[in-house]
Design a protein around this ligand. Sequence first.
Ligand code: SIN
Length: 285
Amino acid sequence: MSYQAIDVRPVSGALGAEIFGVDVSGDLGNQVVDELHRAFLDHHVLCFRDQELTPQQQVAFAGRFGKLDIYPFLKSVADAPEVIEILKTENDSYNFGGAWHSDTAYLERPALGSMLYAIETPPTGGDTMFANMHLAYEALSDGMKRMLDGLVGINSSDQNYRGAGGRNEKMQDLDGMKDKIVASTEVLVAEQPVVRTHPETGRKGLYVSRVHTTRFKDMTEAESRPLLDYLSGHAVRPEFTCRIDWRPGTLVFWDNRSTQHFAVNDYQGSRRRMHRVTLMGDRPS
Ligand code: SIN
């Protein structure tokens, strides 16, 4: 079905589309929102250029697609409890999100989607890569698919945040992030299906990552590691990916149920500042 109210231009063969003809800060009619929702399910990652958004306008736009969540590990920006700031300064070397993952997979109900808005971007670099987990699953052999059927992953926030309660050396070292960490958040752990079915499209996708999945249920870490390593590498093969470059005013909306993403850390000595909101998801099955 074609689009009448928006212009949708795919950015790669695997996933991702740029959307033209929409000012997301405006009062969007139902047809535009319905078509954006359809494009979101078709392309998994939507990119809007040249947007001018306050945190409240970002919240309002995201709210057209679901209920917003509060991110457990970072404090919000002033006057917008759902918005977190992701900042890498000229002095920081480590970056937030610099490993393939799907947001908040360690929650019982992980984020449906995330919306990231660029405020300051480096002169070059700082792109975000995305990978299509449906394509990754569909490319597996029938034997591997049978083996993964029913397998459960133990997903933890610990590898990324080390509990964030003062124990995350990486985050604590960053000029851009150290004053944003919520010190009281405990390590969060959730059991998730290794293959999840998208609740809206019914399509199956891989749901494991090196950064969140620590092992398979009823198996040790050592027993789980070889298969986890294989799946994590397979999931992000180049032909399953796209790459989005940012400039101030770029807004990207991605589906965490069907994708993973990776913030590329290739802009040492430059600043990158973004605002992110997440939408509440359902329980993966
Ligand atoms: C994230 O993992 O949500 C951050 C992505 C980015 O900064 O590009």
